[in-house]
Ligand binder design. Sequence first.
Ligand SMILES: Nc1ncnc2c1ncn2[C@@H]1O[C@H](COP(=O)(O)OP(=O)(O)OP(=O)(O)O)[C@@H](O)[C@H]1O
Length: 251
Amino acid sequence: MSTIISSKDVHLSYGNFEALHGITMDFKQNELTALLGPSGCGKSTFLRCINRMNDDIANVEITGKIKFEDQNIYSPKTDLVWLRKEVGMVFQQPTPFPFSVYNNIAYGLKLAGIKDKELIDQRVEESLKQAAIWREIKDDLNKNAQSFSGGQQQRICIARALAVHPKVVLLDEPTSALDPISSSEIEETLLNLKNDFTFIMVTHNLQQASRISDMTAFFMNGDLVEYGTTSDMFMKPQKQITSDYLNGRFG
Ligand SMILES: Nc1ncnc2c1ncn2[C@@H]1O[C@H](COP(=O)(O)OP(=O)(O)OP(=O)(O)O)[C@@H](O)[C@H]1O
């Protein structure tokens, strides 16, 4: 499988505070990678580097290189609309816009320059099916997306992210705000999709990581401590500290 995202010596500082101390790692196409580690270790900061979501925060300085396919995404030539179409994002809190389900999904498509009504209709249906919510809401596409349950809203957000046909989807604790049934539905959805997309997911849920990820990365204090296949990381980690964390000895 080929590398789709490559990070080389990425440092990030918020003002005087360096939150990432040189992250080097590659992500392969169509794998699901879990980013794990204690609170404040830099997982979300690193995730946001991958589609330049930190750019909007004041006093952020980033050095090093992140390549998406062959493109250095921090090059001044990078078109952010293009980058965020290729590298989509789903957040911890479901964040549908306060308008209809249909228009939530059409929004990103229109931003990506798609105007053909038939193609938009087709993508709305396709992405809601991929996010495993089509059957539940196909008769309610004109209803306000915020009127659905938390789990349904999160699947609408996943559909919105998928509709523009991204290659990579970043997920920042996508199930931590949801009840256990909704969480397992999202897990199931990701499992069904993981051969078609590259997912990079921050999670605090070790069982979830071991159930659905192919690769696991363990972060601590702004460093990548260990990275490998999920089975190796959980069964035979190289470092004691990784073993302690993955066995729940600290959090
Ligand atoms: N906008 C910001 N301004 C200043 N410092 C920040 C900002 N965002 C994060 N930090 C700091 O950077 C460090 C890494 O934070 P980050 O949110 O990436 O960690 P995390 O591992 O994702 O944590 P959690 O699991 O709690 O979400 C923390 O010390 C945090 O306080």
